[in-house]
Design a binder for this molecule. Structure first.
Ligand code: NAD
Length: 500
């Protein structure tokens, strides 16, 4: 089928490449001309597994890029809208980009189009898109508007798109439903999965995708409700971690038992430094606004957001507990992306933590396998050093903070880590290591929802006492014992002026 996709961001680009992978002729349009020029040069603008391969496989054949919306509209039977829907000041979703695209489609429409809203939007958006098209002169018989929310996760977006838990089609017309079913046919009948060149999927070997057909309104709510539930699960486990810390229990053990209940499940039951990214924070705000506007009190959403915010403060308190004073401390930060597998730093809790630590006068040397370029754009210039690899980030550090759950971090050589650091202190916001292992490696280890461990024993009380401060604070004063080991990091990518 001839498909047009408006918006070449994380969703639009992945969806477009995957639809080409299913055999459709896809044109992706974006009003960001620089982005389009880069895509036309076959450059992949985001870090996403399998995406470069798909762009390579289908570029110049089934996949094309343009800034010309009108041309894209005229040649396409189906038009997916995947532009951003950021949060406004008051928390409501800014759907002005969607409206602008609707006006552009109306201006160019020449024959029947299925117009499919793929962005995450408040309920009634499809109705509004229809109204805008009519107001701008699009003849009623030339289009239908549907909702097809996207559930991909950054970091595994391509596999998620091609091996979805479900495909939700919110359609209010049979003609449009028929067209959309044809778009997704290779996933629903499983023919894609028998291809020898299919992108690998989850190990469980899914063979068909489940299609759920609803009204457009229900589809819009399914997306908001799904994200709200996931955020709620994260805030639940983070609150649970707080209780575990208070009573000296191990949240990982508790979650093993809780998640074994098939009604609950293990997924999203991992404590950390809170959720972030371009979706959950804004979608919760938007969903709460939808509820409020319609006279419904959805207090669970407020509590979920409150707990998430609190989780950042709890982590910073852990850093204080481990280091006592922060001014002038050299901290190695491992991870800046909001999650592993992506270079996306939008609403990343890691970035918030780095900013808070800079505010306390810390000196930060950071490493992230994918997100350093984007992080450098938002972090205060000259304030953060970016190391070329994880071990360079650790060299001479007073402590190491793990802020993103990149798998490689869990496989670090702990002996080398300890050797490189000035003090053997690890504050792990993602529970990447087991306390036993860290203790055996001689590291003082603070994680989330588990007892602290002291790999290095000190005369002062440590670990279980929340008023204690890890390695005796005086040991961390500048000029103390291992000061000679505070070598200037080698191979640092961007030098900056160290604060006094
Ligand atoms: P993004 O910001 O990465 O990309 C949006 C793109 O739309 C940008 O490239 C922008 O230039 C383009 N754009 C904006 N207005 C345009 C216009 N008038 N014409 C052409 N192009 C225009 O956003 P994203 O992360 O891809 O998210 C898109 C939508 O999908 C949002 O509603 C988001 O909530 C939803 N969503 C995102 C994810 C995710 O993981 N990122 C997952 C599911 C759903």
């Amino acid at each position: 089928m001839k498909i047009g996709l408006v918006g070449s961001g994380y969703v639009g680009l992945v969806a477009g490449a995957c639809l080409a992978e299913l055999g459709h002729e896809v044109v992706i349009v974006d009003d960001d001309k620089r982005k389009i020029a880069a895509l036309q040069r076959s450059e992949c603008p985001i870090h996403e597994r399998f995406l470069p391969e798909l762009l390579q496989r289908h570029g110049n054949r089934l996949l094309a890029f343009t800034s010309d919306l009108a041309e894209c509209v005229r040649r396409s039977q189906v038009l997916f809208v995947a532009v951003g829907t950021p949060a406004k000041e008051d928390g409501r979703a800014d759907v002005s980009y969607v409206e602008s695209v609707a006006r552009g489609i109306a201006a160019a429409i020449n024959d029947y189009k299925a117009i499919v809203v793929k962005c995450t939007v408040p309920v009634y958006t499809s109705q509004w898109v229809r109204r805008i098209l009519l107001l701008n002169g699009a003849p009623e018989q030339l289009f239908d508007v549907a909702s097809n929310p996207e559930f991909l996760r950054e970091g595994s977006a391509v596999s998620d798109f091609l091996y979805p838990d479900r495909i939700v089609l919110g359609v209010d017309s049979d003609r449009c439903a028929g067209i959309l079913k044809r778009v997704y046919q290779p996933l629903v009948d499983g023919s894609y999965y028998s291809r020898v060149d299919a992108i690998p999927g989850p190990a469980t070997g899914q063979r068909t995708a489940r299609l759920i057909c609803t009204t457009a309104k229900s589809a819009e709510l399914i997306k908001h409700a799904s994200n709200a539930f996931l955020a709620m699960k994260i805030s639940f486990v983070n609150s649970l971690a707080g209780v575990c810390e208070a009573v000296d229990a191990d949240v990982e053990q508790v979650c093993e038992g809780v998640g074994a209940d098939s009604r609950i499940g293990h997924r999203f039951l991992h404590p950390g430094i809170g959720y972030g990214g371009s979706c959950l924070p804004k979608d919760l705000l938007a969903f709460r606004a939808v509820a409020q506007e319609n006279g419904c009190n959805f207090g669970l959403l407020d509590e979920t957001m409150r707990v998430n915010q609190q989780q950042l403060h709890r982590f910073l308190a852990k850093v204080h507990k481990a280091l006592w004073t922060l001014k002038g401390k050299n901290l190695a930060v491992l991870g800046l992306a909001f999650k592993n597998g992506t270079d996306d730093i939008r609403e990343s809790p890691a970035i918030s933590i780095v900013n808070a630590l800079l505010g306390e006068g810390c000196l930060i040397t950071a490493f992230d396998p994918a997100a350093m370029v984007r992080a450098a754009e938002v972090l205060p210039q000259q304030s953060v050093r970016f190391a070329p690899d994880v071990y360079e980030a650790l060299r001479g550090a007073d402590a190491c903070l793990v802020l993103t759950e990149w798998e490689d971090f869990g496989a670090l050589d702990l002996a080398r880590m300890k050797e490189l650091m000035r003090y053997p202190i690890v504050i792990d916001g993602r529970n990447m290591f087991t306390p036993d292992r860290m203790e055996a490696a001689g590291l003082n280890y603070y994680s989330v929802g588990r007892p602290d461990v002291a790999g290095v024993r000190h005369s002062s009380p440590f670990a279980r006492d929340s008023s204690a401060c890890g390695v005796g604070a005086t040991n961390l004063e500048s000029g103390s014992a291992k000061a000679g080991a505070q070598a200037e990091p080698h191979g640092i990518v961007e030098p900056h002026d160290r604060q006094p």
